[in-house]
Design a binder for this molecule. Structure first.
Ligand SMILES: Cc1cc2nc3c(=O)[nH]c(=O)nc-3n(C[C@H](O)[C@H](O)[C@H](O)COP(=O)(O)OP(=O)(O)OC[C@H]3O[C@@H](n4cnc5c(N)ncnc54)[C@H](O)[C@@H]3O)c2cc1C
Ligand code: SF4
Length: 511
């Protein structure tokens, strides 16, 4: 039997058991397809990063002796869709067996199942050997429970995998150091320059994308292209992260600053999401570094980082597979407004939004709190339809793949899932943004004012949101304090807040 094995663009796991032996009877197929570039407007850096990583991966496998048929984007032979790609290559390579790795996206999972149903030859799916947990992990852990709280899943993962777990106790005596991870960054400690990860000329890939007419968003400067596109580069970045950024990661995890877009964050998400590096390798490297460097890395820094990967990343994947496909339609707060145009341009006087969006357009990157408490917060406060919010997040970040983007956006950020991921909506007035960043210092608006032309828009929007969503949120026990404060507002003040919020929502691009 001769086998055709399909590899998708985010299945670049060099450690996969498929590659342990070179087999003459196996042909691998990979393709840069329009079906993947055109289903959402992606950031140009995201497209370049994926294609560059795929080409490298194919070259490495060929160098190891594997047979790989690779289609570049503008190859006239490129079928551009998955069904045609499989059909053509089965025929051309004379294969009588088809194998693929389980995709992480529901859309592709359905498409591949449909392809296999049409085939008249044996077809089989294999695990990607990337995640700690299978798709059904959450289902199993929370069976019979009403709420699926991340912390419970995370503790189970720490115990099960023996991560930061000594003699039946969490290392350091505490499971979670989140409360210590809320420092504002004021210019020190200094943030070391991280070496750009690679020297390769990505010009030819960029030109091919531009010539193809694919609609992309954002900007690209190849001299400052910082996405890792090989496993080796990802390992170098991880090692540098441990040495220079990990010692402060937890402390400044929630901080934001106009001069520093990545602060102490790792920028490993693209490498992990494309599977160039495994979450296990990242977690084990950080854990070992922590044990070997007790003088420089406190448990709160290591735990804060490991929680994001062993906890949040695996948990989000579990939510996705448990709740799809209905999850992608959820709109529990009945939000219907369009996304403001400035999300695509950065042209707004609100400094926090301007800086976060400009940075996203320039680098295809924003860290978690910028995504959650700046762009996500404003979209929720202005009651934007979650479909529009999803489209933006799915396109703009290099690490955006639906299985992780959707539960973060629709769930954690927009509360459109009605509280599956988060126990309450992440909304705030200017207070939080001022506390955690320096954005307000150079803003056209006054964070202390609630109404009037110069008042920070977040303030009126915040109270207006609570008022408008009373029916959906008032009974939420975690919202009790906010609603008690809302009740104390007199009618005159509330009318003024509602009026200003209505003006902002009607024309957010004027603010
Ligand atoms: C609205 C919104 C949308 C998001 N969309 C995506 C997305 O499309 N793709 C994506 O990978 N992450 C997404 N996240 C999570 C998080 O913002 C990014 O993983 C992180 O900013 C990537 O930067 P980093 O690698 O420097 O992360 P670090 O801060 O260094 O964290 C280390 C790693 O932890 C993982 N991680 C951290 N937080 C989360 C989380 N909430 N869910 C899953 N993994 C997490 C990531 O793999 C990340 O690389 C989103 C968050 C929000 C609030
Ligand atoms: S004042 Fe308001 S709009 Fe301006 S940066 Fe602060 S929070 Fe953002």
């Amino acid at each position: 039997m001769k086998t055709l094995r399909l590899l998708l663009g985010d299945q670049l796991n060099p450690e996969h058991s498929w590659f342990k032996t070179v087999r003459e009877d196996v042909v691998y197929v990979m393709a840069e397809m329009r079906q993947e570039t055109d289903y959402a407007p992606h950031h140009i850096q995201k497209v370049v990063a994926f294609f560059a990583a795929m080409r490298h991966f194919a070259k490495e496998r060929i160098a190891d002796g594997h047979r790989v048929r690779y289609y570049e984007l503008n190859d006239p032979e490129n079928p551009q869709t998955l069904p045609k790609l499989v059909e053509k290559n089965l025929k051309e390579a004379g294969c009588d067996c088809f194998e693929y790795l389980l995709p992480d996206e529901f859309r592709l999972d359905q498409q591949l199942k449909a392809i296999c149903q049409e085939l008249r030859i044996p077809a089989r799916a294999y695990d990607t050997e990337h995640f700690y947990t299978p798709r059904e992990a959450l289902e199993e852990h929370f069976r019979g429970k009403k709420q699926m709280v991340m912390e419970s899943f995370y503790r189970m993962m720490r115990k099960k995998h023996g991560v930061l777990y000594d003699h039946g106790e969490p290392t350091g005596g505490t499971w979670n150091y989140d409360a210590q991870n809320r420092k504002k960054w004021k210019g020190s400690p200094p943030i070391p320059e991280i070496t750009p990860p690679h020297q390769e000329d990505l010009g030819p890939i960029l030109r091919q994308i531009q010539e193809s007419g694919i609609r992309t968003i954002g900007r690209i400067d190849l001299r400052n292209f910082h996405w890792t596109i090989t496993t080796e580069e990802a390992r170098t970045l991880l090692a540098e992260f441990c040495e220079t950024l990990l010692p402060y990661f937890g402390d400044y995890q929630d901080a934001m600053h106009t001069d520093e877009k990545t602060l102490f964050h790792s920028r490993l998400s693209f490498a992990m999401n494309s599977k160039l590096i495994s979450p296990r390798e990242v977690v084990e490297t950080v854990e070992t570094y922590y044990y070997n460097h007790p003088d420089t890395v406190h448990i709160s820094q290591a735990e804060g980082f490991i929680r994001q990967i062993l906890g949040w990343r695996e948990y989000m994947r579990g939510i996705y597979w448990k709740e799809m496909p209905a999850y992608a339609q959820r709109n529990s707060l009945h939000n219907e407004n369009p996304l403001p145009d400035f999300y695509w341009t950065g042209q707004t006087k609100m400094n926090c939004l301007k800086k976060t969006i400009d940075q996203s357009l320039e680098s295809a990157y924003a860290h978690h709190i910028q995504r959650l408490m700046i762009t996500g917060n404003f979209a929720l406060l202005t009651q934007v339809h979650p479909d529009e919010v999803d489209q933006w997040y799915l396109g703009i970040y290099a690490d955006a793949i639906e299985w992780v983007q959707l539960p973060n956006t629709r769930g954690m950020s927009q509360f459109a899932d009605g509280g599956i991921v988060g126990t309450k909506p992440y909304v705030s007035s200017a207070n939080y943004i001022r506390k955690m960043s320096n954005y307000c210092q150079a803003c056209a608006y006054d964070p202390d004012q609630k109404t009037g032309a110069g008042a920070c828009p977040f303030n009126a929007l915040y109270w207006n949101f609570l008022d408008a969503k009373k029916q959906e949120l008032q009974a939420n026990p975690r919202m009790g304090m906010m609603y008690r404060l809302l009740e104390k507002k007199d009618k005159k003040e509330m009318d003024a807040l509602r009026e200003r919020a209505a003006a902002i929502i009607a024309n957010p691009d004027a603010f």
